[in-house]
Design a protein around this ligand. Sequence first.
Ligand code: SDX
Length: 429
Amino acid sequence: MSDKKAQLTVDGIDGVIEMPVLSGTLGPDVVDVSSLTGKGLFTYDPGFVSTAACESKITYIDGAKGVLLHRGYPIEQLAEKSDYLETCYLLMNGELPNAEQKKQYVDSIMNHTMVHESLVNFFKGFRYDAHPMAMMCGVVGALASFYHDSLDITDPEHRKVSADRLIAKMPTLAAMCYKHSKGQPFMYPDNSLSYAENFLHMMFGTPCEPSKIDPVVAKAMDVIFLLHADHEQNASTSTVRLAGSSGANPFACISSGIAALWGPAHGGANEAVLNMLREIGDESRIGEFVKRAKDKNDPFRLMGFGHRVYKNFDPRSRVMQGIADEVLSAMGAENDPLLKIAKKLEKIALEDEYFVEKKLYPNVDFYSGIIMKAIGIPTDMFTVIFATGRTAGWIAHWNEMISNPYKIGRPRQLYTGYTARDYVPLEER
Ligand code: SDX
């Protein structure tokens, strides 16, 4: 860390307040403002636009350059050369596994893919048309009720087995949500398959006939999980960290992350993109929607565009667009009307001065839904897929926090309510 300092003078407070300035290996320096409370001051930063909430070694994003590194490895290289489970190992352990470590890790994950049979009963309580994200919030949190043997968060072995269980069981639970909505029997995992193949098998296989898994689709599914694996201190990861800071068990923390991801401003955007493309319906109507997105009086925003950090391109979106072309041509759907609308919309938006001036580019959610639709995944399952991939990042950040000294997260506020006043008896109101 550097010995740089920041000096602050505040009207009404004598002298100069000196604060340490800390430097990371990459990215902006940070001003340690923790001493300000002692001076009777808080910082004020709604939405945490300028706030570094923690120190982390897992993921680095340079929004100006469109850079995304997982433990130093560029996302483009991981998407091309790695796979989802290897990336999970990297996020959790900090290094790529050697052949033996990778085999052990994959075996461990694939041996935790089944869920307790009692969990089937949880699904019986959901309406047939329950949103899959509502079901996932419930059943993932409920996992804690099955693993009393490994909820001591101070025990590294308990943290590891809980992390493995969560990464392993998310695809199983996701597929159970889908099967519940279809009224079809749940499919058990087939651990002779890869992680992505197993997910597709549990989603689209039936007891009546073996799964026919297209290798192009399986590879695309694996890369989709990988591209969603982690993304620094986004809203849902910050939620997981905050929940974990109270000492809550990892299953409860991941359930809180799922809940935070659901919103259309975050992981729910992929579902919103498809609904938007369907609403646009025809390339001739794109201009009408771009106009609405620019209208301050219209709450409509172009879903899948913009990002708090990326003010250039989102590197994941570029990889995702390549997968979209591959999958749709493999499925014979290269003329998919929604893909054509998406590509035309992207072109128009990127040439429009509003979007250029506000640095709004397609994000990870813009193309992902088109791929998932082509694979046959229903729109309301898109954010469940996002949550499945992001579980690796959530649990890696949770583990990083719990493995080191931490404090319970407890932000303060700028209070603008009433000053103290006396109770008014009912008869006097
Ligand atoms: C994800 O944080 C992460 O890393 C998230 C994520 C991850 O991997 O975890 O990357 C995943 O959540 C991607 C984002 C998915 N969301 C969407 O696609 C929803 C549409 N996008 C927006 O709602 C918005 O861009 C956000 C929420 C993504 C970012 O919002 P910010 O950073 O708070 O920016 P802002 O709302 O202050 O917008 C800045 C300006 C505003 O105009 P002014 O008030 O300055 O005049 O840009 C405008 C906004 O109105 N704007 C848009 C827009 N996004 C921002 N205008 C039209 N369409 C849009 N999509």
